[in-house]
Design a protein around this ligand. Structure first.
Ligand code: ADP
Ligand code: MG
Length: 746
């Protein structure tokens, strides 16, 4: 049985209304061991015949049999399999992959050998056979024409296909090199079927076993020149290869093998064009960092869209309550309620928990800086990572601040000694004992008091009494007065004394130069203070070292507390604290049944129309901005992947002509993209870490959560895969012959 048989084969080209006969009525039959030379004038159909035999071009008439099997019903995948199994093609213009080394080019054709070591061994043997051992690691682009053609022959042998087709293989070579290549082909033909197209039969006179002449697409003559001598492939028979040509592997196994080969291929492709790969990586890094920064800067705006309107500051186990009819409760009543419902603790004047406290401090340059903060319970904070100490006294606080404040507040010990809290009694002065930093920009800064300090602060915060009238009396007569004095608590002020600022003090001293500092003064306006006497203290360190306002009167916090108590009798709301939210919710339910209004601190409310509209508009802006930026980046990535894939267009066509399956090549392209995306992931991670450790950067970018990074990475992967997919699809829509340079028509 003939290995290959053509029966009445005809091929017609129709292009732009013109019909050209490629070949017609061709009847030929070939067997192993033959060395066939095909000659004919230019345009007579030699290349067409070869292309049809190779399965790179279709035929319209007749039938082509391979090992007795007809092929006219073949579709693209079958032709692919056919090429992989039977055909090796040698072109006039070589068509090796220029960016691959000799070794890589040959190994590419050896992908059917799964064992890497075996693959390498066989490649080395084949390269040795074509005499290129000394050029093993040389890139295709650096080889001479003869060396390229040797590589192609080694590659053709590597494929182990029974048919080698060569279209003018020596057309571009000098005569000496031509002779060497022809000798090589002759040697090879002993174990294969070699069909060579040439316009110079003389070159092949000595080695051809058969001479076919073509004229105007038809066979003009067909002579046997010498009898072919078939010898089984020495390499094949000595067991160096494990190819299973006879039995086609199962579809799934085949697919897995191809995908595996694809990954190997992807690695080769990636490193074959290092400059292009570096460029691609850089562009992807830019793209990924772009996505990262844009997402980071949009995070807050986007959250506004999904954010909720909380009535209170949420704290685990907190229940916010009032009497149903709105009447204020006394301290004792609140304590009783707390006990009755099993609360672990309570805060009577709970507005401090929902407040944004203005925090102000004087920095090293002498300027005042400020931030808004909320409060939290000290038992939610361990001393781990605290710079300095935990607060002990009511006038001491721990700051829980964003890490961007580290340079200002200290790394080894607290650098700022005191802060002023605006919304506590007109600006109370507190001592900073320690600072703890966090990196999550979604959190709020917090001021942490001791338990006693929180209770005191909550009372001072709730008080609406902020102006005092001060009268200095001598022998029952008012000798000096200071009305509507803004009073603030100050822990430095001893009980029984008040501090007034320097201006007022001098004013007072001038008016009363005969008085000494022990003069008794009284603060009016409060029943219990009516008869009390308070010493005016000399402003030794004040006002410069205290708060920002210098028209204050500072009084002791304990005095302030007494004043506050009288001004907070109308305060209605209180908070109870339970072990956890489920206990809290059970207690709240019970309280609702029993004449109280009680809700969990995570209760939300519906915003009024304007608020909702504003938030939505803001959110939509952020979303549009974000989506726009992502689309822009996608187009950008699209552009650069397109360029980088186009650069492989010709190589891919060569691979296809070699019989490497589309699956393997596609996988290779994907794998290459996967490799290229790795540096961009590393760049994002490194940037995130750098931002994490750089306080200033950390203040600018909202730090994302790990799952958000993961999501971003997956998104980027999908984006790049999708883009690659589209571009590969475009490339594979053209036929092998068309995408090969020179179109295989010599
Ligand atoms: P040869 O290789 O012997 O020079 P070809 O096989 O390339 O000849 O061409 C045979 C005929 O088919 C010529 O008339 C040529 O113009 C035509 N032909 C070949 N390829 C195409 C094509 N892709 N489209 C249209 N006509 C073609
Ligand atoms: Mg030709």
């Amino acid at each position: 049985m003939a290995l290959l048989q053509l029966k009445d084969i005809g091929k017609i080209y129709v292009s732009e209304g013109n019909v050209a006969v490629g070949i017609r009525g061709v009847n030929l039959s070939f067997k192993l061991g033959e060395f066939v030379a095909i000659t004919g004038k230019s345009g007579s159909g030699k290349s067409t015949l070869l292309n049809v035999i190779s399965g790179m071009d279709t035929y319209e008439e007749g039938e082509l049999y391979i090992e007795g099997q007809s092929t006219s019903h073949y579709l693209q995948p079958e032709w692919e399999e056919y090429r992989e199994r039977y055909i090796s093609f040698i072109f006039q213009d070589y068509n090796i992959i220029e960016s691959f080394t000799v070794l890589q080019n040959v190994e590419l054709a050896l992908m059917h050998i799964e064992d890497k070591k075996q693959r390498r061994e066989r490649a080395l043997a084949l390269i040795d056979r074509v005499g290129l051992t000394s050029h093993l690691k040389q890139k295709g682009s650096k080889l001479s024409g003869g060396q390229k053609q040797r590589t192609v022959i080694a590659r053709a042998l590597a494929k182990d296909s029974p048919i080698i087709l060569a279209d003018e293989p020596t057309g571009n070579l000098d005569s000496q090199t031509s002779k060497e290549i022809i000798a090589l082909l002759k040697e090879v033909s002993k174990e294969k079927l070699v069909i060579v197209v040439t316009h110079n039969f003389d070159d092949f006179k000595e080695c051809a076993t058969r001479h076919v002449r073509i004229f105007d697409g038809a066979i003009e003559s067909d002579h046997i020149v010498s009898s072919p001598q078939y010898i089984a492939d020495s390499m094949q028979s000595n067991g160096a290869t494990v190819q299973e040509n006879a039995t086609a592997p199962k579809k799934s196994a085949r697919f897995i093998r191809e995908v595996k080969n694809g990954f190997t291929l992807g690695k080769s492709i990636f490193f074959a064009k290092p400059k292009l790969s570096v460029f691609l990586c850089l562009l992807l890094i830019v793209g990924a960092l772009g996505v990262f920064f844009i997402t980071s800067s949009c995070a807050l705006g986007l959250n506004a869209l999904i954010g909720q309107n909380n009535m209170f500051n949420y704290l685990e186990g907190r229940v916010v309550a009032t009497n149903d009819d709105g009447t204020p409760l006394t301290d004792e009543e609140v304590a009783q309620i707390a006990q009755k419902y099993g609360a672990e603790s309570y805060i009577r004047f709970d507005s401090i928990l929902d407040a944004s406290l203005g925090v102000q401090w004087k920095n090293h340059e002498g300027y005042f800086s400020s931030i808004y903060a909320s409060v939290d319970f000290i038992n939610n904070y361990s001393n781990q990572g605290v710079v300095g100490k935990m607060p002990q006294e009511p006038n001491e606080v721990l700051l829980y601040f964003p890490i961007s404040y580290k340079p200002e507040f200290g790394e080894q010990e607290p650098l700022i000694e005191q802060i002023e809290l605006w919304s506590i009694g007109n600006g109370a002065i507190y001592k900073v004992t320690g600072v703890k930093y966090y990196v999550d920009n979604n959190l709020e800064p917090k001021i942490i008091f001791t338990d006693e300090g929180l209770e005191l602060a909550s009372l001072m915060r709730a008080s609406n009494r902020s102006y005092l009238d001060i009268y200095v009396k001598q022998d029952g007569e008012v000798v000096w007065s200071y009305e509507n004095a803004m009073a603030a608590p100050c822990f430095d002020v001893e009980e029984g004394k008040i501090y007034i600022n320097a201006y007022s003090y001098h004013d007072f001293m001038q008016a009363n130069s005969d008085l000494n500092l022990q003069t008794e003064i009284s603060i009016y306006g409060f029943d219990y203070l009516d008869s009390s006497y308070i010493t005016l203290n000399e402003p030794t360190k004040w006002p410069e070292d205290y708060g920002s306002n210098n028209y204050f009167v500072y009084i002791s916090p304990y005095l302030y507390k007494e004043i506050a108590k009288q001004s907070t009798t109308e305060y209605r709301q209180f908070s109870l604290f339970f072990a956890n939210d489920s206990e809290a919710s059970a207690a709240a339910e019970k309280m609702m049944e029993e004449g109280y209004i009680a809700v969990l601190s995570n209760a939300t409310y519906k915003t009024d129309g304007i608020d909702t509209i504003l938030n939505t508009i803001l959110g939509i802006f952020a979303l549009v901005y974000w989506a726009g930026a992502i689309i822009f980046l996608a187009l950008f990535i699209n552009l650069c992947t397109q360029r980088s894939i186009e650069a492989f267009k010709n190589d891919m066509a060569i691979m296809r002509a070699m019989g490497i399956t589309v699956t393997a090549i596609k996988t290779g392209m994907y794998a290459r993209m996967l490799i290229a995306i790795i540096p961009s992931y590393i760049a994002v991670i490194l940037t995130a870490i750098a931002i994490f450790f750089n306080p200033v950067a950390n203040a600018i970018f909202t730090f994302l959560y790990a799952w958000q990074y993961a999501l971003m990475f997956v998104g980027l992967l999908i984006l790049v895969t999708f883009i690659t997919h589209r571009q590969i699809k475009k490339l594979f829509n053209t036929s092998v012959k068309k995408s090969l340079k020179g179109g295989g028509v010599a």
